[in-house]
Design a protein around this ligand. Structure first.
Ligand SMILES: *[C@@H]1O[C@H](CO)[C@@H](O)[C@H](O)[C@H]1NC(C)=O
Ligand SMILES: *[C@@H]1O[C@H](CO)[C@@H](O)[C@H](O)[C@H]1NC(C)=O
Ligand SMILES: *[C@@H]1O[C@H](CO)[C@@H](O)[C@H](O)[C@H]1NC(C)=O
Length: 181
């Protein structure tokens, strides 16, 4: 009797176990996203592009409380070394706030391909260039990072949110890493 009451609550989280989509090699991206050039729902595509554009505004504005405007609350985010895998916007907010505390930033989004997968799923790959501006002793120094966000999206009600993010770096960071100290 007791077990029949408890078991559903014990098992519920297991049902949410998430299998992340693997990061693709760069050379596979053109063919993986080739159907993005076929006709697709322009409203959904624009919604996704605009939602994605909020990400740099949130990060550069250090308004980390608003990550839920871009991500599902339980997002699986692999930010690569040194941050690694971060689950959920609560953890993401804390970790990004801490790691970016010593610097001001500008995240510039570039090339962005949006591929709708059915009515409620989509995938995007978006180039970024992140400029990290030193403060205090490091004022005037910049650390540049280059890469891409590989994002899987889900439609939640009328909105689109990132369910999985993989951040990959292209090339080395350029500049004085000490600005983060
Ligand atoms: C994040 O979630 C995934 C999938 O549910 C899990 O395998 C992983 O251990 C979690 N990682 C962290 C750092 O919480
Ligand atoms: C996270 O992403 C990095 C860079 O693509 C990769 O090397 C690493 O294996 C990924 N981690 C997991 C747990 O998938
Ligand atoms: C980083 O900046 C500090 C402070 O200006 C300076 O002393 C140090 O030499 C710089 N390091 C590099 C690798 O540029």
């Amino acid at each position: 009797m007791l077990a029949s009451i408890i078991i559903p609550f014990v098992l519920a989280p297991l049902a949410l176990t998430f299998s992340p989509t693997p990061v693709l090699p760069l050379a596979a991206l053109p063919t993986t996203f080739s159907s993005a050039s076929n006709p697709q729902d322009p409203t959904a595509e624009l919604q996704i592009r605009n939602t994605l554009s909020l990400y740099p505004l949130i990060i550069d504005g250090k308004a980390f409380d608003h990550l839920d405007l871009v991500f599902t609350h339980d997002v699986y985010a692999n930010y690569s070394a040194p941050l690694g895998v971060i689950n959920g916007t609560d953890a993401l907010a804390v970790i990004l706030q801490q790691s970016l505390a010593p610097v001001d930033t500008q995240h510039l989004l570039g090339t962005c391909v949006v591929q709708l997968v059915g009515d409620v799923d989509a995938r995007t790959v978006t180039y970024y260039q992140a400029s990290h501006f030193g403060k205090g002793l490091f004022s005037g120094q910049v650390l540049y990072a280059y890469g891409a966000y590989d994002d899987s999206w889900v439609k939640v009600g009328k909105d689109w949110r990132i369910r999985q993010r993989s951040l990959v770096y292209y090339g080395p960071t350029i500049g004085n890493l000490s600005i983060f100290s």
